[in-house]
Design a protein around this ligand. Sequence first.
Ligand code: HEM
Length: 414
Amino acid sequence: MQEKTPPVVIDTSGADIHAENARIRERGPVAEVELPNGVRAWSITGYEAGKQALSDQRMSKDGRQHWTAFTDGEVDPTFPLIDWALMDNMNTTYGSAHSRMRALVAKRFTPRRVEAMRPTIDKIVSSLLADLAASPAGTVVDLKARYAYPLAAHVIFDVLGIAGAARDTILGDGEAQVDTTKTGEEIAASVEQGLMEMAALVEAKRGNRADDLMSDLITAQEADGSGLRDAEIVGTLSFLLGTGTETVTNLVINSIHALLTHPDQRRLISSGQASCQDAIEETFRVEAPVAHLPFRFPTEDVQLGEVTIRAGDPVLMNFAAIGRDPAVHGESADSFDITRSRKDHLSFGHGGYSCIGKALGRLEAEIAVPALFARFPDLALAVPASEIAPQSGFIMNGRSELPVLLSAPLAESA
Ligand code: HEM
């Protein structure tokens, strides 16, 4: 039986995504929601339904082919989320186009290659910590701007092969692209600017290859008779740049924030009863870095539990709600408990489009979070937790900033 209560109208500011998710969940694990411009979509909040949807090959990410309202010419061009369905990158392709690009990109993220990045990540973290330690005593430091974001950006620049002055400009106002309070025009302008800069870098790289992902894609394009399109190379590199930066930033600051606001849990780590990995994994579950991801479009009618999703209807994966599903985690699903034995979540996705950067993202956090607490054992929030605003928009789950007091840093060990 389809749900009858009116759909939850999604708050584009993302002011309290967990309270909103609880309201969506009341309507069932697969429930209708209303997006800007009155667009109706499905939100999947249940773990089992989520796993099923993510494994179902009939769930396309290519809105250009499979979004009925779009192919029928009925989507208002001012719909702010239109780009999420129409972007040209590996994550919005379907079938063989997706498999081909995914195989090429995945080669850069094998366990061996990720492990080889460990010394570089160690070095970046040490250098950022040294910069923080140089702040005058008592200064309020924003760990998002001065620690998590520069770490994530530096690592993904290295992987993609972006060097020099482009590092200062190409991310632009990176968060604009995931900020659902922006208008469609503002988001499109930000996407366009990023794509133009990336296209220029790809052109420059053609004559100056190196051991990086941008060179891999250019070389594959030349070697492959059918050819990758320039737009999909540029779009995929831009997607990787955004996803490599935004997700890791959120994971690192959400983990630090959770430990700072749960001193009992932090003590479990210092006393050796739990590990920092436990805390990071629990953060993935309870504060998924990607909250409510647009869009999937069934290529035919798909039955998910009691709900039939019609072919071509937009579907959002509500990763933030899935990690807190009481059907899996019981009454304590909303609590941050690093000792819980089941920390099941789908915060890296699942199935054919699951996260390629999973091991890299984990490694960055597993180096950055314990190193910060080791260097600044008296680390504390500089303002009450209730004053820290969430990241603007409902797609990502982060914070606008993470102001802390470092207190007296320990001298760096030799
Ligand atoms: C650590 C935090 C991260 C989280 C929480 C995360 C989350 C996700 C999620 C939820 C998806 C699935 C998207 C979907 O279903 O369409 C995904 C896909 C993807 N992620 Fe991550 N990600 C993280 C880090 C990274 C990093 C560091 C990279 C690499 C630079 C990366 C690259 C990708 C790519 C390329 C895809 C698309 C795969 C495809 O289309 O086949 N991610 N990620």
